[in-house]
Design a protein around this ligand. Structure first.
Ligand code: USQ
Length: 385
């Protein structure tokens, strides 16, 4: 049985991915220090869905599936030698790296949040890469990156998967090459993911590491086939102004009839993917690794592109909730164009779940069901930049 370490396996993407891989026959070990749960304590907010302690989640998963997922507490980026020892002892086939602070608004709250995000994310990534090198094992690293490294706004061009073909004229002849797509991050958080790309390129070139970087869009939805199997397996659902992402926030706001908080004109175009597809993409990435001498493999992990105000209108039309155009707390283009390629995951067999398939069932089955747990004071986005 192939062994996979899921770093950050108690979080919003990590937990359903750990279950998905366990269900698919992988031996899964979660490495997580509960930092996401500690941030909830700092922000005085809770997941809309009642998430269970990790030990309970794992016990119930054993009960319903007959499969065992182990858990190790290591703070990635701080406890290097424990991480190295884990690699040497367990000899995983793949490491899936979710162990980063993932909220843009959180990263922009104050200088201490900027520093925490940079220190945490960059040292986590560097420690994992250095530990793979020191272990001398041929471990494939699958990293959850973001579409936000590209910036949003493509002047009519489709964003390629990681690399941009460039051609320059040199003394009358054309020379062409492929370079990493120039990063243009919009927050400290997104900037750390742009820096991660350079670490990957270096370790790939210098040490021959096999790395897949998944540039993921905004995830929506909550439940997957596995998290639905028991109430105790439910995934987290963030709706607050720091960690809640736009579509899930709108779904929850519609469920409690709270006017949808569109930032500015809502002209921002963004890429989206359902949480179930996100798990499936991780499995596809694990099963289609780069060859030994390949460059870093970059996949755009997104399935649909929408404008924020169109999403608000779609939900408002289906649920009768009002739309509130609020001052945009972020420094971002009020209107942008966005086109992107996602050919590689489609070629590997991804069959995307679309908004039209699932949107209303998410409002009914999750957002409405747990709406009494919502603290409305936590909805506004207070982090401004
Ligand atoms: N927005 C609203 N109203 C809201 C919340 C957000 O109009 O109530 C707008 C924002 O101003 C922004 C867009 O919706 O223009 C997306 O915001 P978001 O909070 O859903 O997404 P973002 O901050 O970009 O980050 C999220 C995840 C991050 C991931 C990223 C993918 O938190 O981990 O990397 O989505 S991407 O956006 O493609 O970079």
């Amino acid at each position: 049985m192939r062994k996979v370490l899921v770093l950050g396996g108690d979080g919003f993407c990590g937990w359903p991915t750990a279950l998905h891989l366990s269900d698919a026959g992988y031996e899964v070990i979660i490495v997580d220090d509960f930092s996401r749960r500690k941030t909830d304590i700092e922000l005085e907010v809770e997941s809309l869905t009642p998430i269970q302690p990790l030990g309970e989640r794992l016990r119930v998963w054993r009960e319903v599936s007959g499969k065992n997922i182990r858990h190790v507490v290591i703070t990635i980026g701080k406890e290097y030698h424990r991480l190295l020892e884990l690699l040497v002892t367990e000899k995983p086939h793949t490491i899936v790296h979710f162990a980063e602070q993932r909220s843009a608004p959180y990263s922009m709250k104050s200088s201490s949040h900027r520093r925490l995000t940079v220190n945490n994310n960059l040292s986590a990534t560097n420690d994992i890469l250095a530990a793979i090198v020191e272990s001398k094992l041929d471990i494939h690293l699958v990293h959850l990156g973001t579409m936000g490294v590209y910036g949003y706004g493509t002047a009519g061009m489709k964003i390629p998967e990681g690399y941009l073909k460039v051609q320059v004229e040199e003394e009358g002849r054309f020379v062409s090459s492929e370079i990493l797509y120039p990063p243009n991050p919009g927050s400290i958080y997104h900037m750390t993911k742009a820096q991660d790309q350079l670490l990957f390129a270096f370790y790939n070139k210098n040490d021959g590491l096999r790395i897949t970087d998944l540039h993921q869009g905004i995830v929506w939805g909550t439940q997957t086939h596995q998290t639905r199997r028991d109430e105790y397996l439910i995934n987290r659902f963030d709706y607050d102004g720091d960690y809640g992402t736009v579509l899930n926030r709108f779904l929850m706001q519609a469920a409690i009839n709270y006017p949808l908080t569109v930032h500015g004109t809502g002209g921002q175009k963004r890429a989206f993917i359902h949480i179930q597809d996100s798990c499936r993409c991780i499995q596809l990435a694990i099963e289609n690794p780069p060859e030994k001498d390949d460059r870093v493999k970059i996949l755009n992990q997104m399935t649909e592109i929408h404008r924020v105000r169109d999403l608000a209108k779609l939900i408002a039309d289906k649920t009768d909730v009002a739309i509130a155009y609020v001052d945009n707390p972020r420094k971002e283009s009020p209107e942008n164009d966005l086109l992107a390629v996602n050919d590689q995951l489609l070629e590997m067999g991804l069959q995307p779940i679309t908004l039209s398939d699932k949107l209303l069932s998410e409002v009914e089955q999750v957002a409405k069901k747990y709406s009494s747990r919502c603290d409305q004071r936590k909805i506004p986005c207070l982090s401004k930049w």
